[in-house]
Design a protein around this ligand. Structure first.
Ligand code: UDP
Ligand code: MG
Length: 319
């Protein structure tokens, strides 16, 4: 029998986690002929997500919990789940029921048809702020324009991946992980399923603006060097413009007898050039910072040992 692993990253999801587990178990029980392994990655939650997860792991044989030593971030949590998964296919799904678990059955059907990656594309999104909708729409389009590999629009991490794709993903050593892009880069046979993304079942988004920005910048810089080229283009455009201004100034000075004292244009061009230079250095700096991070070669995440789970296991062996 084939096994499908389901990886669920959880950060302070105490309000939703019981319902999510119940829903995932009922959905997977309804799918015949497959074994399911549920892997919950507790990304350093400060609420009681961890103890709830551990209780479920003890109750159900096929539920596993991994806990990080602190909050490492969504993409790291997903990576940890992939690292330990054993299934012939792996499904990534959020803990807040925004991605409907029912779709897993449809994804498996597509997988059996021969697709290696089946990702969910959001046809609509309920219960998100206007700002989130607009920024997401804008982000996916910019990313796609800049990226050297086409990355599907309006697509999150909710997806099923065949074992061979997962193995390649796990073997990719980079530290700034933008998983949806990395999967596109890996290739193979990919297809999408449209779905309506519902509102969060309970609790608040764990992606405040700062995390969202970091995630977005990671996505763009990990998949494109076009921002560097853009700063060269800006440099050329500015120098070109400066040349024209120079010619014009010489012309005015020599051929006419009414030249301006001209500090406005001077100030504007100094400020403009200063701005362009700072932006370009900033872009360069972002890439250098990434090289620095990669070269430190630290692990992506740190898993802490679970005393509770170990104790429970010891109990079982005693029995
Ligand atoms: N998440 C995580 N670590 C983080 C932030 C989020 O593991 O630092 C998990 C979170 O528990 C959820 C998923 O990532 O399962 C997506 O987060 P969320 O639903 O808050 O993001 P949104 O849907 O608002 O973009
Ligand atoms: Mg969510």
């Amino acid at each position: 029998m084939k096994t499908v692993s389901i990886v669920v990253p959880c950060f302070n999801e105490s309000e939703v986690i019981d319902t999510t587990i119940a829903e995932l178990i009922s959905v997977t029980n309804g799918i015949d002929n497959y074994q399911f392994e549920l892997i919950f990655v507790n990304d350093g939650s400060s609420d009681d997500t961890e103890s709830k997860l551990l209780a479920h792991s003890q109750q159900h044989d096929n539920v596993r919990t991994i806990s990080f030593s602190r909050n490492f971030g969504h993409q790291q949590a997903v990576s940890a789940g992939l690292d330990v998964s054993t299934g012939d296919a792996v499904v990534l799904i959020d803990a807040d029921l925004q991605d409907p678990p029912k779709l897993i059955a449809d994804m498996i059907v597509k997988w059996e048809e021969g697709f290696d990656v089946v990702y969910g594309t959001r046809a609509s999104r309920e219960g998100e702020s206007k700002f989130k909708l607009a920024s997401a729409k804008w982000f996916y389009r910019t990313l796609n324009y800049l990226s050297e590999v086409p990355i599907p629009l309006d697509t999150g991490d909710f997806r099923l991946m065949d074992r061979q794709v997962v193995d390649h993903l796990v073997a990719m050593p980079e530290k700034s992980r933008f998983i949806r892009g990395m999967v596109s880069w890996i290739g193979f046979n990919q297809t999408s399923i449209n779905y309506e993304r519902s509102a969060r079942f309970a609790g608040e988004s764990k992606y405040p603006l700062t995390k969202m920005l970091k995630f977005g910048i990671d996505g763009i810089l990990s998949f494109s060097v076009k921002p560097l080229k853009l700063s060269i283009m800006m440099g050329f455009a500015c120098s070109g413009f400066a040349m024209l201004m120079l010619l014009y100034s010489v012309y005015v000075r020599l051929m006419t007898d009414h030249w301006e004292s001209g500090w406005t244009s001077l100030l504007v061009s100094i400020l403009f050039m200063g701005g362009v230079q700072l932006i370009s250095i900033g872009i360069l700096g972002e890439y250098v910072a990434r090289i620095y991070n990669e070269s430190k070669d630290r692990p992506l995440y740190i898993i802490k040992k679970s005393r509770e789970l170990d104790a429970a296991k010891a109990d079982e062996t005693v029995k």
